[in-house]
Design a protein around this ligand. Structure first.
Ligand code: RUB
Length: 332
Protein backbone atom coordinates (compact mmCIF):
# COMPACT_ATOMS: atom_id res chain seq x y z
CA UNK A 1 0.00 0.00 0.00
CA UNK A 2 1.18 3.57 -0.79
CA UNK A 3 0.77 6.40 1.73
CA UNK A 4 1.05 10.16 1.22
CA UNK A 5 3.84 11.36 3.46
CA UNK A 6 3.82 14.76 5.21
CA UNK A 7 6.17 17.24 3.41
CA UNK A 8 8.53 17.42 6.45
CA UNK A 9 8.98 13.65 6.20
CA UNK A 10 9.74 13.83 2.48
CA UNK A 11 12.29 16.57 3.32
CA UNK A 12 13.95 14.30 5.89
CA UNK A 13 14.15 11.36 3.47
CA UNK A 14 15.60 13.60 0.73
CA UNK A 15 17.87 15.34 3.27
CA UNK A 16 19.47 12.06 4.34
CA UNK A 17 19.93 10.74 0.80
CA UNK A 18 21.41 14.03 -0.43
CA UNK A 19 23.63 14.23 2.69
CA UNK A 20 22.27 17.56 3.90
CA UNK A 21 21.63 15.46 6.99
CA UNK A 22 24.74 13.36 7.60
CA UNK A 23 26.78 11.62 10.28
CA UNK A 24 25.43 8.43 11.85
CA UNK A 25 23.78 9.95 14.94
CA UNK A 26 22.17 12.85 13.05
CA UNK A 27 20.82 10.38 10.48
CA UNK A 28 19.24 8.24 13.23
CA UNK A 29 17.81 11.33 14.92
CA UNK A 30 16.23 12.53 11.66
CA UNK A 31 14.82 9.06 10.91
CA UNK A 32 13.16 8.93 14.32
CA UNK A 33 11.70 12.41 13.84
CA UNK A 34 10.22 11.27 10.51
CA UNK A 35 8.53 8.26 12.15
CA UNK A 36 7.20 10.44 14.93
CA UNK A 37 5.72 13.00 12.48
CA UNK A 38 4.00 10.18 10.58
CA UNK A 39 2.51 8.72 13.78
CA UNK A 40 1.38 12.16 14.98
CA UNK A 41 -0.34 13.01 11.67
CA UNK A 42 -1.71 9.58 10.88
CA UNK A 43 -5.38 9.49 9.84
CA UNK A 44 -5.72 5.72 9.38
CA UNK A 45 -8.07 3.95 11.74
CA UNK A 46 -7.18 0.25 11.93
CA UNK A 47 -4.22 -1.23 13.87
CA UNK A 48 -2.97 -2.99 10.71
CA UNK A 49 -3.01 0.24 8.71
CA UNK A 50 -1.13 2.13 11.42
CA UNK A 51 1.60 -0.48 11.32
CA UNK A 52 1.62 -0.49 7.50
CA UNK A 53 1.88 3.30 7.35
CA UNK A 54 4.80 3.34 9.80
CA UNK A 55 6.39 0.46 7.92
CA UNK A 56 6.01 2.40 4.63
CA UNK A 57 8.06 5.34 5.94
CA UNK A 58 10.50 2.99 7.72
CA UNK A 59 11.31 1.27 4.42
CA UNK A 60 11.77 4.64 2.65
CA UNK A 61 14.15 5.77 5.39
CA UNK A 62 16.16 2.57 5.05
CA UNK A 63 16.49 3.19 1.31
CA UNK A 64 18.33 6.49 1.87
CA UNK A 65 21.88 5.42 2.81
CA UNK A 66 22.98 1.86 3.60
CA UNK A 67 26.01 2.05 5.90
CA UNK A 68 25.11 3.93 9.09
CA UNK A 69 23.65 1.14 11.24
CA UNK A 70 22.26 3.75 13.62
CA UNK A 71 19.36 4.27 11.19
CA UNK A 72 18.08 0.65 10.97
CA UNK A 73 18.68 0.24 14.71
CA UNK A 74 16.59 3.34 15.48
CA UNK A 75 13.84 2.41 13.01
CA UNK A 76 13.79 -1.18 14.29
CA UNK A 77 13.37 -0.03 17.89
CA UNK A 78 10.29 2.06 17.09
CA UNK A 79 8.81 -0.54 14.72
CA UNK A 80 9.24 -3.32 17.28
CA UNK A 81 7.37 -1.29 19.89
CA UNK A 82 4.56 -0.57 17.38
CA UNK A 83 4.50 -4.24 16.35
CA UNK A 84 4.23 -5.47 19.95
CA UNK A 85 1.41 -2.97 20.58
CA UNK A 86 -0.47 -4.26 17.53
CA UNK A 87 0.10 -7.92 18.45
CA UNK A 88 -1.14 -7.21 21.99
CA UNK A 89 -4.46 -6.04 20.54
CA UNK A 90 -4.07 -2.30 21.19
CA UNK A 91 -6.32 0.10 19.25
CA UNK A 92 -5.03 2.24 16.36
CA UNK A 93 -4.69 5.42 18.44
CA UNK A 94 -2.87 3.50 21.19
CA UNK A 95 -0.38 2.08 18.69
CA UNK A 96 0.29 5.58 17.35
CA UNK A 97 0.82 6.83 20.92
CA UNK A 98 3.19 3.93 21.64
CA UNK A 99 5.18 4.71 18.49
CA UNK A 100 5.43 8.39 19.44
CA UNK A 101 6.63 7.42 22.94
CA UNK A 102 9.21 5.02 21.45
CA UNK A 103 10.49 7.85 19.23
CA UNK A 104 10.80 10.10 22.26
CA UNK A 105 12.66 7.38 24.18
CA UNK A 106 15.13 6.84 21.33
CA UNK A 107 15.74 10.58 20.90
CA UNK A 108 16.44 10.81 24.63
CA UNK A 109 18.85 7.89 24.30
CA UNK A 110 20.71 9.66 21.46
CA UNK A 111 21.02 12.86 23.50
CA UNK A 112 22.14 11.17 26.70
CA UNK A 113 24.62 8.86 24.93
CA UNK A 114 26.23 11.79 23.21
CA UNK A 115 26.92 13.62 26.51
CA UNK A 116 28.08 10.43 28.26
CA UNK A 117 30.54 9.54 25.48
CA UNK A 118 32.01 13.04 25.78
CA UNK A 119 32.55 12.58 29.52
CA UNK A 120 33.90 9.03 29.37
CA UNK A 121 36.17 9.67 26.38
CA UNK A 122 37.55 12.95 27.76
CA UNK A 123 38.90 11.14 30.83
CA UNK A 124 41.19 9.17 28.50
CA UNK A 125 42.70 12.32 26.98
CA UNK A 126 45.89 13.53 28.61
CA UNK A 127 47.03 17.09 29.06
CA UNK A 128 49.30 17.91 26.13
CA UNK A 129 47.85 15.26 23.77
CA UNK A 130 47.86 15.71 20.02
CA UNK A 131 44.77 14.06 18.57
CA UNK A 132 44.17 13.21 14.94
CA UNK A 133 40.60 12.89 13.67
CA UNK A 134 39.05 12.12 10.30
CA UNK A 135 35.73 13.33 8.83
CA UNK A 136 33.14 15.00 11.09
CA UNK A 137 31.83 13.03 14.02
CA UNK A 138 29.57 14.47 16.73
CA UNK A 139 30.75 11.79 19.16
CA UNK A 140 34.43 12.59 18.56
CA UNK A 141 33.82 16.33 18.87
CA UNK A 142 32.02 15.74 22.17
CA UNK A 143 35.09 13.93 23.52
CA UNK A 144 37.43 16.69 22.32
CA UNK A 145 35.23 19.57 23.49
CA UNK A 146 34.72 17.96 26.91
CA UNK A 147 38.48 17.41 27.35
CA UNK A 148 39.04 21.06 26.38
CA UNK A 149 36.38 22.22 28.87
CA UNK A 150 38.13 20.14 31.57
CA UNK A 151 41.14 22.39 30.99
CA UNK A 152 43.26 19.84 29.12
CA UNK A 153 45.67 21.43 26.74
CA UNK A 154 45.12 19.60 23.45
CA UNK A 155 45.84 20.12 19.75
CA UNK A 156 43.89 18.45 16.96
CA UNK A 157 45.04 17.41 13.50
CA UNK A 158 42.05 17.32 11.15
CA UNK A 159 42.09 15.56 7.77
CA UNK A 160 40.11 17.40 5.10
CA UNK A 161 38.26 14.16 4.16
CA UNK A 162 37.95 14.03 0.39
CA UNK A 163 35.79 14.00 -1.62
CA UNK A 164 33.16 15.92 0.39
CA UNK A 165 35.49 17.73 2.83
CA UNK A 166 33.61 16.98 6.07
CA UNK A 167 36.94 17.77 7.81
CA UNK A 168 36.18 21.44 7.20
CA UNK A 169 33.06 21.12 9.35
CA UNK A 170 35.21 19.67 12.12
CA UNK A 171 37.72 22.51 11.68
CA UNK A 172 34.96 25.14 11.91
CA UNK A 173 33.59 23.58 15.09
CA UNK A 174 37.02 23.47 16.71
CA UNK A 175 37.56 27.10 15.69
CA UNK A 176 34.22 28.09 17.27
CA UNK A 177 35.24 26.36 20.50
CA UNK A 178 38.71 27.88 20.64
CA UNK A 179 40.48 24.53 20.30
CA UNK A 180 43.86 24.68 18.47
CA UNK A 181 43.92 22.58 15.29
CA UNK A 182 45.77 22.00 12.03
CA UNK A 183 44.00 21.01 8.82
CA UNK A 184 45.84 18.59 6.54
CA UNK A 185 45.16 16.79 3.27
CA UNK A 186 44.20 13.14 3.80
CA UNK A 187 47.41 11.79 2.34
CA UNK A 188 49.49 13.76 4.89
CA UNK A 189 48.13 11.60 7.73
CA UNK A 190 51.09 9.22 7.89
CA UNK A 191 53.64 12.01 7.46
CA UNK A 192 52.26 13.73 10.57
CA UNK A 193 51.52 10.61 12.60
CA UNK A 194 54.76 10.84 14.59
CA UNK A 195 53.32 13.94 16.29
CA UNK A 196 50.09 12.14 17.24
CA UNK A 197 49.30 10.54 20.62
CA UNK A 198 45.77 9.42 19.84
CA UNK A 199 43.62 9.00 16.78
CA UNK A 200 39.93 9.41 17.62
CA UNK A 201 37.32 8.59 15.00
CA UNK A 202 33.58 7.99 14.96
CA UNK A 203 31.73 5.01 13.52
CA UNK A 204 28.90 4.32 11.16
CA UNK A 205 28.84 0.71 12.24
CA UNK A 206 30.64 -1.60 14.64
CA UNK A 207 30.55 -5.28 13.69
CA UNK A 208 30.19 -8.21 16.11
CA UNK A 209 33.94 -8.96 15.78
CA UNK A 210 34.83 -5.36 16.71
CA UNK A 211 35.65 -4.16 13.18
CA UNK A 212 34.77 -0.50 12.74
CA UNK A 213 33.14 0.96 9.65
CA UNK A 214 33.77 4.67 9.27
CA UNK A 215 34.53 7.30 6.61
CA UNK A 216 36.75 6.07 3.80
CA UNK A 217 40.39 6.51 4.78
CA UNK A 218 39.88 5.64 8.45
CA UNK A 219 41.56 2.25 8.02
CA UNK A 220 44.70 3.75 6.45
CA UNK A 221 44.94 6.25 9.31
CA UNK A 222 44.50 3.41 11.84
CA UNK A 223 47.23 1.45 10.08
CA UNK A 224 49.60 4.43 10.21
CA UNK A 225 48.75 4.91 13.90
CA UNK A 226 49.49 1.25 14.61
CA UNK A 227 52.85 1.53 12.87
CA UNK A 228 53.71 4.66 14.84
CA UNK A 229 52.35 3.29 18.17
CA UNK A 230 49.70 5.99 18.48
CA UNK A 231 46.47 4.80 20.13
CA UNK A 232 43.26 4.47 18.14
CA UNK A 233 40.01 5.29 19.93
CA UNK A 234 36.58 4.93 18.36
CA UNK A 235 33.71 6.98 19.81
CA UNK A 236 30.51 5.07 19.08
CA UNK A 237 27.12 4.93 20.74
CA UNK A 238 25.79 1.40 21.31
CA UNK A 239 23.05 1.99 18.71
CA UNK A 240 25.79 1.95 16.05
CA UNK A 241 26.61 -1.71 16.71
CA UNK A 242 25.33 -3.93 13.93
CA UNK A 243 23.06 -6.85 14.95
CA UNK A 244 23.11 -8.34 11.46
CA UNK A 245 26.83 -9.03 11.76
CA UNK A 246 26.08 -11.51 14.53
CA UNK A 247 24.52 -13.68 11.83
CA UNK A 248 27.61 -13.31 9.66
CA UNK A 249 26.34 -10.53 7.37
CA UNK A 250 28.80 -7.87 6.24
CA UNK A 251 28.07 -4.18 6.70
CA UNK A 252 27.05 -2.75 3.33
CA UNK A 253 29.50 -0.11 2.10
CA UNK A 254 27.92 2.81 0.28
CA UNK A 255 29.36 3.59 -3.18
CA UNK A 256 28.62 7.16 -4.17
CA UNK A 257 28.49 9.13 -7.40
CA UNK A 258 31.87 9.25 -9.23
CA UNK A 259 31.22 12.93 -9.95
CA UNK A 260 32.01 13.64 -6.29
CA UNK A 261 35.58 12.57 -7.13
CA UNK A 262 36.11 14.12 -10.55
CA UNK A 263 33.88 15.93 -13.11
CA UNK A 264 31.93 13.71 -15.51
CA UNK A 265 33.39 15.48 -18.56
CA UNK A 266 36.79 14.18 -17.48
CA UNK A 267 36.01 10.51 -16.81
CA UNK A 268 33.29 10.05 -19.46
CA UNK A 269 35.87 10.48 -22.22
CA UNK A 270 38.14 7.79 -20.76
CA UNK A 271 38.06 4.63 -22.84
CA UNK A 272 40.06 2.56 -20.37
CA UNK A 273 39.45 4.22 -17.03
CA UNK A 274 36.71 4.43 -14.44
CA UNK A 275 36.17 6.10 -11.08
CA UNK A 276 35.09 4.45 -7.84
CA UNK A 277 33.83 6.31 -4.80
CA UNK A 278 33.33 4.06 -1.75
CA UNK A 279 32.20 6.28 1.14
CA UNK A 280 33.34 4.06 4.02
CA UNK A 281 35.93 1.43 4.86
CA UNK A 282 36.47 -1.24 7.48
CA UNK A 283 39.14 -1.01 10.17
CA UNK A 284 39.89 -4.47 11.58
CA UNK A 285 39.70 -4.82 15.39
CA UNK A 286 43.49 -5.38 15.63
CA UNK A 287 43.96 -1.70 14.76
CA UNK A 288 41.49 -0.38 17.32
CA UNK A 289 42.64 0.04 20.93
CA UNK A 290 39.29 0.79 22.48
CA UNK A 291 35.73 1.83 21.78
CA UNK A 292 34.19 4.57 23.88
CA UNK A 293 30.46 3.90 24.28
CA UNK A 294 27.94 5.59 26.57
CA UNK A 295 28.01 2.43 28.71
CA UNK A 296 31.76 2.62 29.20
CA UNK A 297 34.98 1.78 27.45
CA UNK A 298 35.22 -1.62 25.79
CA UNK A 299 37.87 -3.46 23.81
CA UNK A 300 36.65 -4.04 20.22
CA UNK A 301 36.41 -7.77 20.94
CA UNK A 302 33.56 -7.04 23.39
CA UNK A 303 31.31 -5.67 20.62
CA UNK A 304 29.54 -9.01 20.52
CA UNK A 305 28.17 -8.62 24.06
CA UNK A 306 26.82 -5.13 23.34
CA UNK A 307 24.92 -6.45 20.33
CA UNK A 308 23.56 -9.43 22.24
CA UNK A 309 22.21 -7.14 25.01
CA UNK A 310 20.72 -4.81 22.43
CA UNK A 311 18.69 -7.47 20.65
CA UNK A 312 17.03 -9.03 23.68
CA UNK A 313 13.84 -10.69 22.44
CA UNK A 314 13.63 -9.37 18.88
CA UNK A 315 12.89 -12.19 16.39
CA UNK A 316 15.48 -12.63 13.62
CA UNK A 317 12.91 -12.10 10.81
CA UNK A 318 11.95 -8.81 12.41
CA UNK A 319 15.59 -7.71 12.58
CA UNK A 320 16.05 -8.51 8.89
CA UNK A 321 12.84 -6.71 7.86
CA UNK A 322 14.53 -3.49 8.99
CA UNK A 323 18.00 -4.21 7.73
CA UNK A 324 19.71 -2.39 4.86
CA UNK A 325 20.85 -5.61 3.19
CA UNK A 326 18.18 -5.57 0.58
CA UNK A 327 17.45 -2.91 -2.03
CA UNK A 328 14.39 -0.68 -1.78
CA UNK A 329 12.90 2.10 -3.87
CA UNK A 330 13.56 5.59 -2.53
CA UNK A 331 10.76 7.21 -4.55
CA UNK A 332 8.39 9.22 -2.32
C1 RUB B 1 30.21 10.44 8.56
C2 RUB B 1 31.20 9.61 9.33
C3 RUB B 1 31.24 9.82 10.82
C4 RUB B 1 30.29 8.82 11.51
C5 RUB B 1 30.09 9.15 12.98
O1 RUB B 1 30.13 10.08 7.19
O2 RUB B 1 31.88 8.75 8.82
O3 RUB B 1 32.53 9.59 11.31
O4 RUB B 1 29.02 8.87 10.88
O5 RUB B 1 29.45 10.38 13.11
P1 RUB B 1 29.12 10.89 6.24
P2 RUB B 1 28.65 10.79 14.44
O6 RUB B 1 29.56 12.31 6.23
O7 RUB B 1 29.27 10.23 4.90
O8 RUB B 1 27.72 10.72 6.78
O9 RUB B 1 29.58 10.63 15.58
O10 RUB B 1 28.24 12.23 14.21
O11 RUB B 1 27.46 9.89 14.55
Amino acid sequence: MEFKLPPEVVDIINGISSMQIRGASKIAEAGIKALSIVAENSKVESPEEVFEELDYVAQKLLATRPTAVSLPNAVRYVMFEAYKAKENGLKAEEIKARAIDACREFLRRIGEASVKIGEIGARRINDGDTIMTHCHSTAVLNVIKTAHRMGKNIRVIVTETRPLYQGLMTAEELEKNGIPFTLIIDSAARFLMKKVDKVIVGADAVAANGAVVNKIGTSIIALAAYESRALVFVAAETYKFSPETLAGELVKIEERDPEEVTPANVFRRWKYGSVRNPAFDVTPPEYVDLIVTERGIIPPQAAFTIIRDELKDMPYEFQMKYSTYWERSLEV
